[in-house]
Design a protein around this ligand. Structure first.
Ligand SMILES: C[S@@+](CC[C@H](N)C(=O)[O-])C[C@H]1O[C@@H](n2cnc3c(N)ncnc32)[C@H](O)[C@@H]1O
Length: 436
């Protein structure tokens, strides 16, 4: 693609979406690089909407194209294939005026340097428009294309949450409103809300999370007034429950075992003055903890290491609290990261469970007697959550589960599961273990 051509937002989005859906690229990373080429915030917002909804609805409109084209373009012309998906997304999801959307998508074909396909793109989208009712009915008849979720995940949700599976699929397909966490050391929540209102952004306090606010619009939060000054951070409310469950005190030695990018670390330090060690395996991600804490005006020790190998980083002094925010399938945060639908595989789950068990077993000896370990994941699969905790507790006589309830969600074994959308939050699991 040449320099002048990349300014076409739809063409840019098609290139990015093809990388995400067909080459395994991360939506967040790909969006970031594509956005750098656009100066106008409205173009950046449109690019985000196109790529996010393209990933969210890929499994529906990818199939729609397969039905419409004798020879699908997926392999030969990945960007054109993604552009056709985006054409349908504009018509069916973003509800743009049909003629303008089709014309602009045909123009994007040329901007991609594929002008020879302009007639084909025009014909496919016009045929879709003529036949959309019947074709949408066909797509609605199959669970995978109706919900745009992969089979394995639909099956897992039906197995784990038979009374909630339809609500979970629906919640994953709705764009989640942005949420922030107010830095209690820097600002009162009402003051942050007032400052945002002055910038034209409506924001509401969350009804039961004391630091959380929900914003009405989808602006780039990092550009809003007060962000650079550390008055607030971007964080879903479900993740903000960790600080409460840890029951922090000043001076308490705390291990944040899987810490990057430091969202929960920052919240702990905003709440109290514990002595926190933030541990992260990935060097690059560990640096992001320092950056985030610096913006918030906070400090703690940040180390790079494998939480499953304490002998390589632990000084032998027990911790009064441990947060294990374990690597997981992220099936609870699809509404914010719709590419998880495309990237996660059924075969990923067993290795993740093994890793969750390994980390829990390795960290438990580091907890002081009477200390508390909070196990957290942003998964909604029972295998990664309550089953990990049940197996651990049955193998460790000194591990006692602490029952608790949150205003949204469900008891799940010894812990608590928030499902996507409940309480306006992402899906998240927590269990609290006390050492006898
Ligand atoms: C769910 S994210 C943590 C989010 C973080 N707690 C927050 O609130 O911002 C999991 C993190 O654990 C890290 N990780 C995965 N395996 C690890 C290990 N064995 N030891 C330390 N960190 C690990 C990943 O690189 C990732 O950054």
């Amino acid at each position: 693609m040449r320099g002048a051509e990349v300014q076409d937002t739809r063409a840019l989005a098609a290139g990015a979406l093809a990388d995400v859906a067909l080459k395994g690229a991360s939506l967040r990373e790909r969006l970031k690089s594509a956005q750098e080429t656009l100066g106008d915030p409205r173009d950046r917002a449109f690019l985000t909407a196109l790529c996010s909804e393209g990933a969210r609805w890929w499994l529906r409109f990818d199939k729609a194209q397969e039905d419409l084209l004798q020879q699908p373009l997926r392999k030969r012309e990945p960007a054109l294939h993604a552009l056709l998906v985006l054409g349908m997304v504009q018509l069916e999801i973003l509800k743009l005026p049909p003629h303008a959307a089709v014309a602009a998508t045909v123009d994007a074909t040329r901007a991609l340097g594929r002008g020879g396909f302009a007639k084909l793109v025009n014909a496919v989208l016009r045929r879709w428009l003529r036949e959309r009712d019947a074709r949408n009915r066909q797509l609605d008849a199959r669970p995978e294309t109706a919900s745009a979720h992969p089979h394995w995940l639909i099956d897992a949700l039906t197995r784990d949450w038979p009374e909630h599976d339809a609500a979970i699929l629906a919640a994953n397909n709705i764009v989640a409103p942005p949420m922030s966490r107010v830095n209690a050391r820097r600002s009162a929540r009402d003051d942050v809300i007032a400052e945002l209102a002055e910038a034209g952004i409506a924001a509401q306090p969350h009804p039961w999370l004391r630091d959380a606010i929900t914003l009405a619009s989808h602006s780039d939060l990092a550009r809003l007034p007060g962000f650079a000054q550390g008055n607030f951070s971007v964080q879903d409310g479900a993740a903000q429950c960790a600080a409460d469950l840890l029951d922090l005190r000043d001076g308490l030695r705390v291990l944040d075992a899987c810490a990057a990018p430091g969202g929960k670390t920052g919240h702990m330090l905003e709440r109290a003055d514990p002595d926190v060690l933030a541990l992260e395996r990935d060097h690059v991600r560990a640096a992001s903890i320092d950056d985030n804490l610096h913006r918030l005006g906070l400090r703690c020790e940040v180390r790079t290491g494998d939480a499953g190998k304490p002998s390589t980083w632990w000084d032998g002094k027990p911790f009064g609290r441990i947060l294990l925010d374990a690597p997981c399938s992220a099936t609870g945060v699809i509404r914010r990261h719709p590419d998880i639908k495309l990237h996660r595989r059924a075969s990923d789950i067993a290795p993740l469970v093994r890793e969750q068990r390994r980390l829990l077993a390795a960290l438990w000896p580091l907890l002081a007697s009477g200390g508390r370990l909070v196990y957290a994941t942003c998964s909604i699969l029972r295998e990664e959550n309550e089953q990990v905790i049940a197996a651990f507790v049955s193998a460790h006589v000194d591990a006692e589960t602490q029952a608790f309830e949150l205003p949204a969600g469900h008891r799940a074994g010894a812990g608590w599961q928030i499902l996507p959308g409940e309480g306006g939050l992402d899906g998240m699991y927590y269990a609290v273990l006390q050492k006898a």
